[in-house]
Design a binder for this molecule. Structure first.
Ligand SMILES: [Zn+2]
Length: 214
């Protein structure tokens, strides 16, 4: 089976998304890219994460052409492949509807650096306006908002997107941004919160850089 290892990672980390409470039911999706083969393994559309097997995972080229698998790929595959096409070093993408990140996305609140852990996602986590789910326009808007130095973004009225050099780190970003989303919401509701200085954030971003290279 081609991309065996990446397909197994999609199965394993899909289950972790459920176990960590980052998504419910069949919502959300994830993919792993193999730069040598120039192929991506992506979760199938509408299949229970706990029942998904490696052979259910769909293999696509970054242009979106199916190479292997009987299932339909996730309807958000454009939001994955655009990063493999256009951003070298990104080898995994995770999309969730986790509760706190989605709460902020429904408020159209970008996350400012209130807690240093936000640096997993960059200096801030931007929120884009609502764009119809499952479209290339949504993929392009998320890609543009993240530029070359951000690893997470909120999708307005929808959820969270995280990207990284490998699937473990990308899941970690999704988990940490979910945590930061809850803190950010609580601080805003409590009347504010103290935004970190650019100087302090620059130090944190420097220290987090080595995680991204792993
Ligand atoms: Zn979604």
């Amino acid at each position: 089976m081609i991309l065996q290892e990446e397909r197994e990672q999609v199965v394993e980390y899909g289950r972790k998304m459920i176990e960590l409470g980052l998504t419910v039911g069949t919502f959300g999706n994830l993919s792993v890219y193999n730069p040598k083969e120039n192929l991506m393994a992506i979760s199938p559309s509408g299949l229970d994460y706990m029942l998904t097997k490696p052979e259910d995972v769909v293999v696509l080229t970054p242009d979106g052409v199916k190479v292997d698998g009987d299932r339909k790929p996730s309807s958000e595959y454009d939001m994955h492949r655009i990063f493999y096409q256009k951003r070298p070093g990104i080898n995994a993408v995770i999309h969730t509807h986790s509760t706190w990140a989605t709460t902020l996305a429904c408020m159209h609140w970008s996350i400012e650096p209130l807690h240093y852990v936000i640096a997993y996602g960059g200096d801030r986590v931007p929120c884009i306006p609502y764009v119809t789910f499952g479209t290339y326009e949504l993929a392009q808007a998320a890609f543009d908002a993240m530029g070359n130095d951000k690893y997470a973004c909120l999708l307005g009225n929808h959820g969270l997107l995280s990207v990284g050099s490998n699937i473990g780190y990308t899941l970690d970003i999704a988990q940490q941004i979910e945590f930061v989303s809850q803190i950010y919401y609580n601080a805003r509701v409590a009347g504010g919160g103290v935004i970190m200085s650019e100087k302090d954030m620059a130090v944190v971003l420097g220290q987090f850089e080595h995680y991204r290279q792993k």
